[in-house]
Design a protein around this ligand. Structure first.
Ligand code: NAP
Ligand code: MG
Length: 730
């Protein structure tokens, strides 16, 4: 079976709802140029079903689309539009399984505490679906993210509201001064290709933690650990200090992406915050199945009904600093669910708000932002210091920070999950190469979190070349965010400098540690100038939320291009996630505030890529017209509003179709012009009817037949409610 020309991924939550309306429009327009647009299912529900065929009826089974896409992206044929999908935490995974079971899929339960071999095998399969299981498979290239010119100039002309920063703000970042991943890191570049294993040597013998690793020559291999004792001491101190300072306590991390290490760190915070309760009732709570890593929300559900424990919790909470709230109306705290507070979204939102978070009283307050590991915390610390000194960024005049991120082939920490271990017994962890060389070793204590991460030579070289070409294309100030005092970064610098020198462009680039680079970048954009941040994988993720959220109010409107190393193209839509709150709003009052601008931008790039790769002139015309339509949406203010009664996602798609058809009708391709002139005319003539039909259901509940798995017909009814528009689109 041949693949469609363009693949549009089927995902979850808000972007999936939006696709039900937008994709039929895209398919109709593309077909006029003989271009096929197909789908591949990478949704959480889809991935669960594809993983357990043996538990399903014949007609319930679905192919493993993620595996197929993982192969496709290693070919020059790949042209994939990738929408954001759920990176499931355990509570999300369990909820999805329950919904599918209720729909008649006989899936096994998620074994929380697997005992038998059978349970362990099921758990291993579910763990493969958990966390960020999709992006690392698809990202066979490095990342180029920036605001399209139209998007940036719209933001400058229509600046969003920014919270005020004052010099007396008590908001601050707290991170560990030792014992963390940053300070324990060691790193080396492999001279030869080699296999490797990781072992733990203790008094009682040697345990193999991981065997069968293999690295090509030139791979930068790191090892490090977070000391559990140092972490607990740090957390306890910060809880006390926060209380003394009279501000909110908050923890910021990435339990979704860092699916092995960060839930453990989150669990330490839950345990430390409720230390007196765990001391007194630890055994009872363990018997009730309490796992602090799952959060306070899960804990409260499990101990609910035990009045002794509940009153101990109340007494402890009363003695603690007030907590930063995810949802103060519903009593959801920072420590309720590990995936509720995701650092790359939470810290920029707090900074945009002038350093304020929401307290339990429903009021805004200053906060201590606990970011235990010190590798990247300085970015937020320095941003806060900068805005305290200079006031908030002015989006009307600020320049832009673009990003080029090392990402391919599971680079750095984001690829470290299979080589991350919570240490059971005191001893020495060794990473041993095939020839017996001990590459790295650390003495560890029980509970320490040890991990190894790596970055391969080919992606590193590709990333530096990409930086050279973007610098050349823009002339912007270009900074490698690398810290020569950090073990891993020092190895990368060994690659970067010679490549720049060989290309004769060393004088066009600066190399700075994250803190200095943050300050330099903020100074640059404050002057209205632009800069390129050339970063590793984690900062790629963090910065492409931080700067867009300050500059554009959201990261959802970013152009996000992955130039695949084998020649294909992967076009990610925006840099944001799947906006669960938007689904609640649609289900509650039939209003979808999701903005598909990221999809529009990716679509334009995808057509242009097709034009270049296949010499398809009509694809170029379609792509240029998409850009005009996107500009039209911005200029005419046709993006969705936040509240019911305002235009929503579906209305914006009507306008997108109309502007797209108008651009084609007036465009250079005679066939496309002839085909779309009448479409454009009908869309304009029927504007009132279509908008009335689209908005008819606003205010009442909408049933899409599920949360993780919608029912096709119900979803179509909700998302394509205008017979007139459907008739014109066909
Ligand atoms: P999020 O979904 O980006 O939501 C944060 C907020 O950003 C939203 O609530 C919404 O603000 C705003 N937002 C994001 N995209 C928007 C859009 N297109 N239009 C309008 N507003 C938009 O982040 P999250 O809550 O941290 O993550 C939710 C889920 O997404 C998680 O399961 C996470 O794993 C996943 N995720 C996936 C990817 C990816 O696949 N690349 C990336 C990040 C996160 P308002 O609610 O104020 O309107
Ligand atoms: Mg991010």
């Amino acid at each position: 079976m041949t693949n469609p020309d363009i693949i549009y991924t089927k995902v979850d939550e808000a972007p999936e709802l939006a696709s039900a309306s937008l994709l039929p429009i895209i398919q109709r327009f593309a077909s006029a140029a003989g271009i096929t647009v197909g789908t591949k299912d990478i949704s959480l529900a889809g991935r669960i079903l594809a993983t357990f065929p043996e538990h399903l009826n014949e007609d319930q089974r679905i192919p493993d689309d993620l595996a197929a896409l993982g192969e496709l992206v290693k070919t020059p044929e790949a042209n994939v539009i990738k929408l954001p999908n759920i990176s499931a935490s355990v509570p999300q995974l369990v909820a999805a399984i329950e919904e599918l079971q209720a729909k008649g899929y006989a899936l096994p339960n998620y074994p929380e505490d697997p005992q038998t071999d059978d349970e362990k095998a099921i758990r291993a399969k579910y763990d493969g679906i958990k966390g960020s299981a999709v992006n690392p498979v698809l990202r066979e290239g490095n990342s180029d993210r920036r605001a399209a010119a139209a998007v940036k100039s719209y933001a400058q002309n229509n600046p969003h509201r920014m919270g005020e920063w004052t010099a007396d703000s008590k908001t601050r970042v707290a991170s560990m001064s030792g014992g963390d991943f940053r300070s324990n890191e060691v790193s080396a570049t492999l001279k030869h290709a080699t296999g490797a294993k990781i072992v733990l040597e203790t008094e009682n013998g040697t345990t193999v933690l991981k065997d069968g690793l293999s690295y090509p020559a030139g791979t930068v291999v790191d090892a490090t650990y977070m000391s559990a004792a140092a972490l607990d001491t740090f957390l306890a101190e910060e809880i006390e200090k926060t209380k003394a300072e009279g501000v909110l306590f908050s923890l910021h991390m990435k339990a979704t992406m860092m699916k092995v290490s960060d839930p453990i760190i989150f669990g330490h915070a839950v345990k430390t915050f409720l230390a007196p309760v765990f001391e007194q009732f630890g055994d009872e709570m363990a018997a009730l199945g309490v796992n602090p890593n799952s959060g306070l929300g899960d804990l409260l559900e499990r101990v609910n009904g035990n009045s002794e424990i509940m009153s101990a919790i109340d007494a402890t909470m009363a003695d603690r600093p007030p907590m930063y709230m995810v949802d103060s109306d519903r009593g959801i705290t920072n420590l309720h669910v590990p995936s509720d507070v995701i650092i790359d979204a939470s810290m920029p939102a707090l900074i945009r708000a002038g350093g304020k978070g929401w307290g339990p009283d429903g009021k805004e307050a200053d906060a201590v932002c606990v970011i235990p590991d010190n590798s990247y915390a300085p970015v937020y610390d320095e941003s806060i210091a900068f805005f305290k000194a200079n006031g908030a960024l002015n989006p009307a005049t600020a320049g832009t920070v673009q990003n080029l991120g090392l990402m391919a082939q599971k680079a750095e920490e984001y690829g470290s999950h299979p080589t991350t271990f919570e240490i059971a017994e005191a001893g020495t962890v060794k990473m041993i190469l095939d020839d017996g060389t001990v590459l790295h070793q650390h003495d560890v204590q029980p509970g320490d979190i040890w991990r190894s991460a790596s970055a391969r030579k080919a992606p590193i070289e590709d990333w530096v070349q990409l930086a050279i070409s973007r610098q050349k294309a823009t002339g912007y100030r270009s900074i490698f965010w690398l810290d020569e005092t950090r073990a891993h970064d020092a190895q990368l610098i060994q690659y970067v400098r010679p490549i720049l020198q060989a290309a004769g462009v060393a004088d066009k680039f600066e190399i700075m540690a994250p803190r200095e680079a943050t300050r330099a970048s903020l100074e640059t954009i404050t002057k209205g100038e632009n800069t390129i941040a050339i970063t590793g994988n984690v900062l790629r993720d963090y910065l492409t939320d931080l700067f867009p959220i300050l500059e554009l109010a959201t990261s959802a409107k970013m152009l996000s291009i992955v130039k695949l190393m084998q020649g294909g193209g992967l076009f990610e839509t925006g840099a944001g996630g799947s906006a669960p709150k938007h689904v609640q709003q649609l289900h509650g009052e039939n209003h979808l505030r999701w903005d598909s601008l990221g999809e529009f931008c990716a679509l334009g790039e995808s057509f242009k890529f097709l034009a270049d790769a296949k010499g398809n002139a009509k694809a170029q015309v379609l792509g240029d017209a998409v850009e005009k339509a996107t500009q039209g949406i911005l200029d005419d203010n046709r993006s969705p509003g936040r509240k019911v009664g305002q235009p929503d996602n579906r209305d914006s798609h009507y306008w997108f179709a109309r502007f797209w058809a108008e651009a084609l009708a007036g465009g250079p391709d005679a066939d496309l012009a002839a085909e779309f002139a009448p479409v454009a005319r009908s869309l304009a003539e029927n504007e009132e009817t279509i908008i009335a039909e689209l908005d008819a259901g606003a205010g009442s509940p909408a049933d899409t037949g599920g949360y993780f798995k919608n029912e096709g017909a119900k979803l179509t009814n909700v998302m394509r409610p205008s017979p007139t528009l459907n008739g014109i689109i066909g």
